[in-house]
Design a protein around this ligand. Structure first.
Ligand code: 5GP
Length: 206
């Protein structure tokens, strides 16, 4: 056990890049991490449970939470509002639990400004052709697919702001990469100081 606070991981990437499946698999493989459940004003999609996929709230409730400073970050993405609960994240981190946020680039910017120690990751597709295939695989209207492509490329354009860049070509290897990033962050020298001081006091400057 260490007395370090938890780490905050921010994972971004447009729809079609596979980030939702990746972060779900990440928290399954690494039970020390938990996935933050965001608040949103959008309606639940089929199969989405309140409190699991999101906390689904009215625009009024969202605005009240925003006015009360309850969001660590929040953004309008397309036509809806999304936000991360600041108290929920703070409580987990203070309790030594690490938290993963799956949010958009605007939220990542705010999280970085508020918590500069957070670790940010952008998930990229292996190519534009693969992204188009993943976004258009549902027999949708070509204009809609082009609109999704434009939105996706706009999000991906923010990749230079991120600490790490993971390419989701083969799912398992992208997952290994995400796990490696989180493990490396835990092993950073500053986080090992407490362990060294208590377990190997001979190494502490005297
Ligand atoms: P969807 O409505 O398809 O679930 O999500 C749409 C977009 O909103 C995705 O890019 C997702 O990452 C982003 N998003 C989900 N939750 C949050 C959040 O709490 N904050 C921010 N800034 N973006 C979010």
């Amino acid at each position: 056990m260490s007395s370090n606070p938890g780490l905050l991981y921010v994972v971004c990437g447009p729809s079609g890049v596979g980030k939702t499946s990746l972060v779900r698999a990440l928290v399954e493989r690494r039970p020390a991490l938990s996935l933050s459940v965001s608040y949103t004003t959008r309606a639940p999609r089929a199969g989405e449970q309140d409190g699991v996929a999101y906390h689904f709230v009215t625009a009024g409730r969202f605005a009240a939470m925003q006015a009360a400073g309850e969001f660590l970050e929040h953004a309008q993405v397309f036509d809806h509002h999304y936000g991360t609960s600041a108290p929920a994240v703070a409580q987990a981190l203070q309790g030594g639990r690490s938290v993963v946020l799956e949010i958009d680039w605007q939220g990542a910017r705010q999280a970085r400004a508020r918590l500069p120690g957070c670790v940010t990751v952008m998930v990229l597709p292996p190519s534009v052709a693969v992204l188009r295939e993943r976004l258009g695989g549902r027999g949708d209207d070509p204009a809609l697919i082009e609109r999704r492509m434009r939105d996706a490329l706009a999000e991906l354009g923010h990749w230079p702001e991120f600490d790490y860049v993971v390419v989701n070509d083969r799912f398992e290897s992208a997952l290994d990469d995400l796990c490696a990033i989180t493990r490396a962050a835990e092993l950073a020298r500053e986080r090992q100081r407490t362990w060294v001081a208590t377990q190997l006091p001979e190494l502490s400057p005297g």
